[in-house]
Write a protein that binds this ligand. Structure first.
Ligand SMILES: Cc1ccc(CCc2c3nc[nH]c3cc3c(=O)[nH]c(N)nc23)cc1
Length: 372
């Protein structure tokens, strides 16, 4: 059966809500942060690390997996869950976003997108149907429709034409999904429309009318200002049905997560926690810590005094600084573990706060301590 969203509690003072997404691969408590595992791994984390830190769902990437290891191996492995030994839910993106952010000489047409691999320059053609077929081969639990994500300063006419084509692509993908996907697989529609509220409204209403299992807000976190993101988010989210999950794509930093969940978003993803970890930056309850700073040379206290994760329970800032400066892989691994744990724990605290109608109190307390 496709996923079922169970609404458990709405916050008294905001649009924030607690729920559970029931999938064949397991239940996902919401609001939830989803670690990004682009090529079948959340970088430097084992699946046991991910379970230990409380990850309930991870992301896989259609574009990357299609190019490497390729669908021949993916099919022989029996799908991504078996290939990477992860038996909990997997969400995959549809590949369009990655084609535009990574591939070379892309050519977009009504039928789909022609592109050359960023790895070896080989030529490929993605269509809405092809994207669903690849996500089926991955055995994705939650699939995304094939869409075009336009950048924040695209013109009204370009955004209008692109959004209308994304609607036609969504319908094609949905028809292919209904005829070919396994009944346990779910498909989300993606709302586009750039920074234009009239286009956002058309995209939301037409996408919802196609009756997907859930809805993503696309076209955000692509260079717009924080005010623009929040404005479009607060305008668009209420247009989505209450009884289905809502996913804000590409978010993000703690404040963007708080703003998204406050608007009624249930799911969010971002490469941030593992990417900044590899550059030696940690998210802590007292704000960002750039661990290679000389300040921490003889600081033998834990990375985050309020965190009980493996990294904070076993190592000091001085040791982490040493590892990062020595470019030791363990440095990236320990900081990645902590950053992911930090965001997952923050989501757990947000769920608890919503249950007690104290979301705004928790947000205020978090912002003051974090330094927002
Ligand atoms: C593995 C994986 C990586 C990344 C993503 C989300 C990637 C992503 C965006 N990231 C920031 N802004 C984004 C907008 C869009 C969008 O409009 N459409 C799609 N399909 N993806 C987006 C999903 C899965």
């Amino acid at each position: 059966m496709p996923l079922k969203y169970e609404l458990i509690k709405k916050d008294k003072y905001t649009n924030a809500r607690v729920g559970v997404i029931h999938t064949a691969s397991g239940d996902i408590p919401t609001p939830i942060f989803m670690p990004v595992g682009t090529v079948g791994t959340v970088k430097t984390m084992t699946v046991d690390d991910l379970k230990e830190m409380g990850a309930k769902i991870i992301l896989g990437n259609t574009y990357h997996l299609y190019l490497k290891p390729g669908m021949d191996i993916m099919k022989k492995a029996g799908g991504l869950h078996k290939f990477m030994n992860w038996d909990r839910p997997i969400l995959t993106d549809s590949g369009g976003f990655q084609v535009f952010s990574l591939a070379d000489n892309r050519k977009i047409s009504e039928d789909g997108v022609m592109f050359r691999s960023h790895i070896d320059g080989s030529k490929h053609f993605f269509t809405p149907e092809k994207s669903i077929e690849i996500q089926n081969d991955i055995h994705s639990d939650i699939m995304m429709s094939f869409d075009e994500c336009v950048d924040a300063n695209a013109s009204y006419d370009y955004v209008k034409n692109s959004m209308e084509r994304t609607l036609r692509w969504a319908k094609r993908g949905l028809d292919y999904h209904k005829a070919n996907s396994h009944p346990d697989q779910s498909l989300f529609g993606i709302v586009q429309g750039g920074m234009f509220k009239d286009l956002r409204e058309i995209s939301a209403r037409e996408t919802v009318a196609m009756d997907f299992d859930g809805y993503s807000i696309g076209g955000l976190s692509v260079g717009e200002t924080k005010e623009e993101m929040i404005d479009i988010l607060n305008f668009t989210t209420p247009l989505l049905p209450e009884d289905k999950p809502r996913y804000n794509m590409g978010v993000g930093t703690p404040d963007y997560l708080f703003e998204s969940f406050e608007a009624g978003i249930d799911m969010a993803d971002c490469v941030l926690p593992t990417r900044i970890a590899r550059n030696g930056t940690a998210l802590t309850s007292e704000g960002r810590v750039v661990i290679k700073n000389a300040t921490y040379k003889e600081d033998f206290s834990p990375l985050d005094p309020e965190c009980d994760c493996y990294t904070c329970s076993n190592y000091s800032r001085a040791y982490l600084r040493h590892l990062v400066n020595a470019k030791e892989i363990l440095g990236a691994r320990l900081l990645s573990y902590h950053n992911l744990y930090f965001l997952l724990k923050m989501c757990e605290n947000i769920r608890e706060a919503i249950m007690n109608d104290s979301f705004l109190d928790y947000k205020k307390e978090f912002y003051e301590k974090y330094g927002y």
